[in-house]
Design a protein around this ligand. Sequence first.
Ligand code: PEP
Ligand code: MG
Length: 889
Amino acid sequence: MPKYVYDFEEGNKDMKALLGGKGANLAEMTNLGLPVPPGFTVTTEACRAYLRSGSFPPGLWEEILEHLGRLEARMGKRLGAVDDPLLVSVRSGAMYSMPGMMDTVLNLGLNDESVLGLARQSGDPRFAYDAYRRFIAMFGRIVLGVDGEKIREVQARFKGKRGLDPAPEKAEDLVAVTASDMQALCGELRVLVEEETGRPFPQDPQEQLRLAVEAVFRSWNNRRAVEYRRIYRIPDDLGTAVNVVAMVFGNLGEDSGTGVAFTRDPATGAKGVYGDYLPNAQGEDVVAGIRNPIPLSELERRNPEVYRQLLQVMEILERHYRDMCDIEFTVERGKLYMLQTRVGKRTAAAAIKIAVDMVAEGLITKEEAVQRIDPDQLDQLLHPQFDPNVEVKVLATGVNASPGAAVGKVVLDADTAAELGKRGEKVILVRWETTPDDLHGMVAAQGILTSHGGKTSHAAVVARGMGKPAVCGAEAIRIDLENRLFRVNETVVREGEVISIDGTLGRVVLGEVPLVPPKPTPELNTILSWADEIRRLGVRANADTPEDARKAREFGAEGIGLARTEHMFLGERLPIVQRMILASSEEEEAAALKELLEVQRQDFLGLFQAMDGLPVTIRLLDPPLHEFLPSSKELELEILRLEQAGADPQLVAEKKKMLRAVEGLEEANPMLGMRGCRLGIMKPGIYLMQVRAIMEAAIEHHMAGGNPVVEIMIPLVAIDEELRLLRREAEEVIEEVFREKGARIPYKIGTMIEVPRAALTAGKIAQVAEFFSFGTNDLTQTTFGFSRDDIEGKFLPRYMDRKILSDNPFETLDTEGVGRLIRIAVEEGRATRPDLKVGICGEHGGDPRSVEFLHHAGLDYVSCSPYRVPLARLAAARAVLGAREEASK
Ligand code: PEP
Ligand code: MG
């Protein structure tokens, strides 16, 4: 039989899988000699066994009783004893932190008799009945399944009868209720529980304990927890541990209290402790937000000795964990107790600052610093901010709880936010406070605004974790749910109106504020320079304009991996392109191509200048030509309208000509049609014009003293012969340009690998390609046979829900299928041409998990959008460090 229960003295911080994060860290703190109330942990293994069979595995209950016996002996009290009862909390705690998602029961062991003992022993009957009242409510809701709303109703009604504020949202605020009234309220709550469950409230403390442990086990599978695991990709089969801890009370008067603290600021990473404290309160009060907490500095004033102890504990924890920790603590009549610690969640900006500072402090190495930054989280830092050049009129201010700015329509509940979000609308979720039940709405929102709570509130913690801007505790905002609006003084903002929030400075503005992209901070550049020392993969950017290229270079791109030339064919250029497509003679086509040549030369010159000295991979035109013309439906309608209005016959004739051209170009499956190299073969003029423009621009830049590094890329090749032919034609033009200009420069011609046949015949294709770049958007499309433009809105969500696929293959590379093709192509391509350069320019080049695979597949570089370049640099370094760690195991 496995050992199912561990005293805190028996565990340590590395036992998270078995004891959960909370249990493992309580054990670690106990062994560090920090003031932790005694207790024990029931393992995740016991939970898994319970969830499998629906009952305690053999021996578990006996083991719990044995550890309870030891706990009682140490405390010199018995659970729920009449004279001086031991009370315990029963707390969930899984391997990965899932804040607030699972259940916890406090004050367990109270019953009609032991409450008298607690009253006597504490000398405070009101406190004792308040504890019992909380216990009945919590146990009723969590363990016995009584609807929480009904409990609130009873409390609100009770308050009304006593002449107190009966508002349901104030139901938990019982500060003004006297001891005897509290006792009466306990009675009413017990009646409610009995009515709802059909049996009396359990009075036997051991039965309470058993039921509570089971309830915490079951809470692993409640809706919130399941949803949270889905979002954060936490496996469903881990289970939670259960911690049974001797109760300490923060609500025993003004010399007691409860708080949360961080060893450094979780929003900015600044040194110095940071936290909130609620005097004379129990832990749940902080979460329930009945009163706003006070800053820790206030604790220093009120109780300097406790504050000094707290600082000392935090110092010990930080040195021991070599990381920023967050803690929960309680002060009982002037004595400090630690209830939890863990390595604290933080914003990307804070993560970076803390890592860089800790290297300077000698606490961690550069490699550890790089490994501590989650590349996905970096995205956050690259979040937009309010445009500083625009003056804004601030409607309300609040706590700057999670940085970045967002604009969206006001939405007052999570379900609506989720629904609008699904339709692609940008929304700001505005709540009094958020709870774990709001999670789906928070995921869908651009940003979060609350009128209550601080930097440690649920909204703040979750928003920071998600990298979403949040302004919390904007107290001027009065939400009126009934009328679906909020008020700030005289201003009324209705649901659906647009607001802007700035989570960096805590500002709320009515209407849309223009946003600008941020600049990398010096600390980010430090981390990235360390990453650059470690990584092997090169990082380039996908950029089509000189501005994008400059931005990419600023972010550390080492060249352009993909310049899509089709974007250069739009806007004011479109009429020329249309003339070229519709030309009825060779001369007409040649004239249009000549016009395009002039503008394209400038386009390419701009790119070579911006990326001087670094490779610029220019892809010849890829999309089917009909994308540059209106659809046949649009044209038919337009012709009809023109004819009805008696328009100029010349104009109508032109439109008809266009319609015939469109009809000639339309295909049943355009993605599999005349595009990429097929277009180059069918309409050679376009590619030859582009090749000429590229080389003329390159020579111009070269003659001006620049250093163009030219790579010409041909898309959608499936057959080596396609590339051979196009290469020959391109080389003829290039030689012509060299002769005309009297200068030569080096260049490379390569291809994209975007269809399975290209990957499978890479050995032959490499005979005529100097480089490969995996176009994994198309390669994923053609490998799965999934339309890249459709599946996200059609069957993919269902596929993910039903776990047919665990990831969106257009976001995270499918290593099994598409990845296999990549490995084959790299291996066979290099067998033909050992110095073949291999990169990727599909979206996966900026996805951290895909980057790791691509490192192992032996690519030379990844190319991604400019804003993802920092993230790719970091991911590439982490791939190296991850592999080193594996090898050393
Ligand atoms: C690709 O297919 O992965 C690619 C980069 O090309 P595009 O997205 O332009 O088709
Ligand atoms: Mg493609």
